[in-house]
Design a protein around this ligand. Sequence first.
Ligand SMILES: [Zn+2]
Length: 413
Amino acid sequence: MKYLVLLGDGMADYPLESLEGRTPLDVAATPAMDTVAQRGVSAQFSPIPEGYPPGSDVGNLAVFGYNPAEFYTGRAPLEAANQGIEIGPNEVVFRCNLVTLDDGAMANFTAGHISSGEGAELIDALNSALADLPVRFHPGVGYRHLAVVAASRNELGGLLQVKCTPPHDISDQPVAHYLPEGDGAAVLRAIMERSQTVLDGHPVNREREAAGDPPANSAWLWGQGGAPVLPSYAERFGLSGAVISAVDLVKGIGRVAGLEVINVPGATGYLDTDYAGKVEAAIQGLENHDFIYLHVEAPDETAHQGREDLKIQAIEDFDRHVVMPILDYVQRQKEARILVAPDHITAISTRTHAAGPVPFAMCGTGIEANGARRYCEIEADRFGLLFPEGHRLVPFWLTTAVIDADALSGVGV
Ligand SMILES: [Zn+2]
């Protein structure tokens, strides 16, 4: 059996007034995902367990089948794992966004989707200028970087517990209310403040401003944790698999889980990503794997921008350029299943993530249709919440049992 998990990051949303009470997923033309729902089952699941932050780390862990309540260690450690950065016993790794602050507010948490090349130059400058602080920066993709902070044994617990705020949660809000708080916050605040003097007026930023792009004028630290441990996919589920994604977080989960991480050179994490390259890599990957996890970031990024038009485009592109060709492939296989799902809601209205039920659709070998007519939040709601806890999705898409209307009898739990 071949399994294909197609993850549209943050696809789910709430009804919008500007869309006459419909959601982007509802409005978008998605013939391929509708076909998956019609040929198989569609219902809701809840990837974010109660009490956990509704981030891509928690949501993707749940879809991968690692109960976040058991395995969540923060986002940055998973990204570090993908970059081959070792976290020492007296170190804590933070996600470090390059952001644009304007008049004390979080004007742009991606610094206008700064390029990886520009980002790397700025990260270099930070490493040179802040050499006296206990921090080393590591460049990543676009605006997404990492900072490893060293601590004494006494400080370590505090640093792991410091309350940090994801910058995408506070778009256009004054950052003064959201600086790190708690034991160990002082060093983080110092790093962030000092970063501003280094980045302000840096040639990269001067060029960006001249071109009318937002300058990356501050580092923003969040999402910290120590070294992550996951039991391997092979040992937990008896499957060999591969991960295809533009973002370090998802690739990092794959790496820690012992999966192959297939790098697609044109994968950007945005609307211009190389969809065809990802699909080709997925189909090639299935020659020596049971399972492919293909992740597309653009629906989430466009929702953070508060742009329902771009989110609809991202969903339609995902449908046409990823789900359609993969569905074609699945239909030509003797035994294969395809799952389409988001990892959480990313709401246009608030420009950030939310917990709560999201729709999935799945078809293929051993799955009997449950009568769903299309793939969207409203249709999935007719069939209710299949698995209240994210981790219980696992037996669902991996189960060898026939999935039929009886399997959906837990509806409304
Ligand atoms: Zn996400």
